[in-house]
Design a protein around this ligand. Structure first.
Ligand code: ARG
Length: 404
């Protein structure tokens, strides 16, 4: 029996992959795996129902808690960002692929299928994990390979062709209201692209947002939220301890209700394509803001300066999905060492689309009220004089030379 594990979202692309695997690629046993990383419950249920109706052996894996603990939290420690967006789609892909690999190993499948096209980033992220963990496995990406024409050539699938193929092969597809946006969602963020949004100058319509209120709908009274951190990760809200998963869901709600977390950027994809991307990531925006504020309180100037480049490198590796890269381990050694002191609280004010840090405290604060105050007893200002005189010695010599 030829078995294949298909990474299955329940959408049109991956649904079309099911009969394709059977008819074109000769697999008589299709195993569908849907990994729950916090997409809408309806999507998960719909995937289940479709898979069953098409006679696959279906599994839904609830990976939400693991996603927060093992992917979102490391990203918080590294202030995980790529070109201005708190990386979300990128960090979920390795886990989705990992869960597919686990199923394949458990069930004795030696092939994988996925619905990625040849233009995006996800094919890199997903296949990297599969090839790392099961180098011998065969990987099939029908959407990237294209539609097989009668003359044996292949061409990219059009949406109409996909729908025709689906109808001819008993694939249950949504009562096709025109699919306008392409959306990817997990509990760390929601990404919306496609349609008119592809035009860099097209202002995003209110309807694309689900987690964040528009300015007009935000409450007039701000929300003050105190986030407690231990070793670089959030553990409590307003003094109440939360599980990682519940904490993210709660901050998503509080920040989203105040219109915080919309991001609109031009993004350089791995293949070099520039794409316009809209995200809403209320929880991630607030937690990263608070985490950075706490690092600024406890880290030395040199540590913070160095960390910003470490963070950028980490973000790039994570964006590329290189989850097991040795460089990533090296960077994390530094990151985690510093996080030993990133313990304390940060208070954030959420109001009408903005999140502002209004307070921070830590037992590791490199701050001393007496030293910083204007009438300090221990800071003798006359001692600065010598240092000030010598400051910029070489640059002053250079200036003199230039006058000659
Ligand atoms: N460009 C983003 C990334 O690579 C997210 C793309 C998500 N896909 C979507 N159909 N919205 O991380």
């Amino acid at each position: 029996m030829k078995k294949i594990v298909l990474v299955y979202s329940g959408g049109l692309d991956t649904s079309v992959c099911i009969p394709l695997m059977r008819e074109e690629y000769g697999f008589d046993h299709v195993i569908t795996v849907t990994v729950d990383v916090g997409q809408p419950a309806d999507d998960i249920k719909q995937a289940e129902e479709r898979a069953v109706s098409m006679g696959t052996e279906h599994y839904t894996v609830d990976a939400r808690a693991e996603f927060v603990q093992e992917y979102c939290w490391p990203s918080v420690k590294a202030n995980g960002d790529y070109q201005g967006y708190p990386i979300s789609t990128s960090i979920a892909r390795p886990l989705i692929a990992l869960k597919a690999v686990e199923k394949a190993q458990e069930l004795g499948a030696t092939a994988f299928g996925h619905g990625c096209t040849g233009k995006g980033n996800d094919q890199f992220r997903i296949e990297y994990i599969m090839r790392t963990l099961m180098p011998e496995a065969q990987i099939i990406a029908p959407m990237r390979e294209g539609k097989l024409n009668p003359d044996g050539s292949r061409s990219p699938w059009t949406r109409t062709e996909e729908i025709d193929y689906a109808n001819a092969h008993g694939v249950v597809i949504p009562q096709t209201k025109d699919k306008i946006w392409s959306i990817d969602e997990n509990l760390w963020g929601r990404s919306i692209e496609g349609g008119h949004l592809e035009e860099p100058n097209y202002s995003p319509p209110e309807e694309i947002f689900q987690w964040t209120r528009g300015l007009g709908a935000c409450p007039d009274t701000p929300t003050l939220l105190t986030i407690g951190f231990e070793n670089g990760v959030p553990v409590s809200l307003d003094g109440v301890p939360y599980s990682p998963l519940d904490l993210v869901l709660k901050v998503n709600k509080l920040a989203g209700d105040n219109g915080v977390g919309r991001v609109d950027i031009m993004e350089d994809r791995m293949l070099g394509l520039k794409v316009r991307e809209n995200y809403e990531c209320p929880g991630a925006v607030v937690l990263l803001l608070a985490h950075k504020a706490l690092e600024a309180l406890v880290g030395t100037q040199s540590e913070l300066k160095f960390k910003s480049s470490v963070d950028r490198e980490w973000g790039e590796l994570a964006y590329k999905g290189l989850w097991f890269d040795p460089f990533k381990e090296d960077l994390e050694a530094f990151i985690n060492k510093l996080q030993e002191r990133v313990t304390g609280t940060v208070t954030v004010r959420l109001a009408k689309g903005s999140a502002v840090v209004v307070g921070r405290s830590s037992e590791f604060a490199l701050y001393n009220e007496d030293l910083a105050s204007f009438d300090s007893k221990t800071f003798d200002q006359s001692e600065s004089l010598g240092m000030v005189k010598i400051h910029g010695l070489q640059s002053r010599m250079y200036w003199l030379l230039k006058q000659k």
